[in-house]
Design a protein. Sequence first.
Lengths: 112, 113
Amino acid sequence: NAGVTQTPKFRILKIGQSMTLQCTQDMNHNYMYWYRQDPGMGLKLIYYSVGAGITDKGEVPNGYNVSRSTTEDFPLRLELAAPSQTSVYFCASSTDRVYGYTFGSGTRLTVV
Amino acid sequence: DQQVKQNSPSLSVQEGRISILNCDYTNSMFDYFLWYKKYPAEGPTFLISISSIKDKNEDGRFTVFLNKSAKHLSLHIVPSQPGDSAVYFCAASEGTSGSRLTFGEGTQLTVNP
C-alpha cells in the first residue's frame, strides 16, 4: 500500500538549473495535484490534473510545467530554478473531494 | 486574497482538555470543508470533513462545526492527547472547482502532558 510516492525527498539546486519532481500513485485515482508549502502560507495549488492527458493551472503555476501521460504519474518540471521556488512540494491524489486527498511525504527544495 | 484563513498560528492545551481550532472563509460558494493534520516531514493526512448542508460532523474525538452565516468552522478535539500535536490545516472546495481545495495557513497544536 504505497499510496503517493514522491522523489526525491530533498534537493538543492543552483539558480537557473532544471529538475523534475516525480510523483506516482498506485490507487488508480483520476485526480492529481501539486501544491507548494511556504512557511506560514499554507498550501498553494500549482497544477492539477483530472485524468491522463488533462492538466490545468492552479493558483501559482509560473515557473512550472506538468504532464500526465498515465493515470499513475504526474511529474512537476522546474525549467529555470529561482530562489522564490525554495519550498516544500507536495503531490496529492484523490477520487473526489468527498474523501479528501492522499498526500505524498513531500520534496524539500532549496534554490541557491 | 486568502479565501481560507486560520488566524491562530499556534495553540497550546493540556492533555485531556478540549482543543478548538478555528477557520474562517470568505468565498460563499464553498460548499465542502475538510481538516487535515500534518506531522513534521510527512504529508498532510485527511482528518474529517463536512458538507455545507450540515452544521456538525463527528468522528470519535474529533467534531467539526460549521456556521455558514458567519462563514466559520471549527475543529474540536476532546480529549486532547499528546499524539494530537501537529499542524492542522483547514481546506474548502466549491462544486464548480471539482476536487480542488483551497487551504488555510495552518495552526500548530501542541498538547502538553
